[in-house]
Ligand binder design. Structure first.
Ligand code: A3P
Length: 287
């Protein structure tokens, strides 16, 4: 993308690896990758390439901050380095660990309507399970051996009709259960809530909000996006290329029984209210 940054340091003596000044802390399946790639359209943003998982995995955290810094890309003074590791959001130790590194860091929390997020999570887990199964994807499997995967409905609701609250894709969507710990470590103003459903529909509006939050000059606009009918999502454009996110982003979701959706929306209603109270904003999710 930006080859200039890998030129020898003697040519660009101020380029260095710097600890991030902003972190996308989650939530998984809410558009964390899209958000990072969209922010990277800004010339003053640098991003860590993979998910670094420094604060949530002890084996990484124990390597220390210098190891973390070495995972970061080169940047110029004034540029903002951002990394995203969605599991930070749900890991209890993380807020305090981040605060210990930098108590004035800026945090981005991207959320989606909780039932949609849960279905997206289910879709990903199912896709990963198929890919990891010893017989490979279904086409390669002997016809009789393959167990049909459980449906979202079977996993989310017990046969007696009660909701399986411990089912991970549902539990992660109860955002207030995790967010309260972050608010014990950071003042509310340091966390920007990004609406992941709006990021899909109207990325420019969300990205511009973030430019302001990060103190960046407004640079990203409609010229950076085009809608790709085949993908069904906005794709990204800069001076040199047009590109869409990979096919693992924007998967087709299975059709879920409307009664199960309604039941889950009612269940999340109360949790969503608690989340709105914590953030002091309404997201307007259906109940
Ligand atoms: P689905 O695959 O369920 O549609 P994450 O990167 O946190 O795993 O989030 C993945 C989600 O990002 C996708 O979930 C998709 O809806 C969303 N997304 C938002 N903007 C997108 C874009 N421009 N292209 C592809 N996916 C996008």
């Amino acid at each position: 993308h930006r080859p200039v940054l890998v030129l020898p340091r003697r040519l660009y003596p101020t380029a260095a690896r710097r600890l991030p000044q902003a972190i996308i802390m989650g939530v998984r399946k809410c558009g964390t990758r899209a958000l990072l790639e969209m922010l990277y359209l800004h010339p003053m943003v640098q991003k860590a390439s993979g998910e670094v998982h420094f604060f949530d995995r002890d084996e990484n955290y124990n390597k220390g901050l210098e190891w973390y810094r070495m995972q970061m890309p080169h940047s110029y003074p004034g540029q903002i380095t951002i990394e995203k590791s969605p599991s930070y959001f749900v890991t209890p130790e993380v807020p305090e660990r981040i605060r210990a590194m930098n108590s004035s860091i800026k945090l981005l929390l991207i959320v989606r309507e909780p039932v949609t997020r849960a279905i997206s999570d289910y879709t990903q887990l199912r896709a990963n399970a198929v890919a990891a199964s010893p017989s490979g994807p279904p086409l390669a499997a002997p016809v009789a051996a393959a167990q049909p995967p459980k449906s979202f409905e079977q996993l989310a609701v017990f046969p007696n009709g009660t909701i399986n609250e411990a089912y991970r894709p549902l539990a992660i969507s109860v955002y207030h259960n995790y967010l309260h710990r972050w608010l014990e470590a950071f003042p509310r103003e340091q966390i920007l809530i990004v609406n992941g459903d709006l990021l899909i529909e109207d990325p420019v509006s969300q990205v511009q909000k973030i430019e302001t939050f990060l103190g960046l000059e407004p640079r990203i606009g409609t010229h950076n996006f085009y809608f790709n009918e085949t993908k069904g999502f906005y794709c990204l454009r800069n001076e040199t290329s047009d590109r869409c996110l990979r096919e693992t982003k924007g998967r087709k979701h299975p059709r879920v029984d409307a009664n199960v959706i309604s039941k889950l929306r009612r269940y999340f209603g109360e949790h969503n209210q608690k989340f709105y109270e914590l953030i002091g904003e309404e997201m307007g999710w259906p109940e």
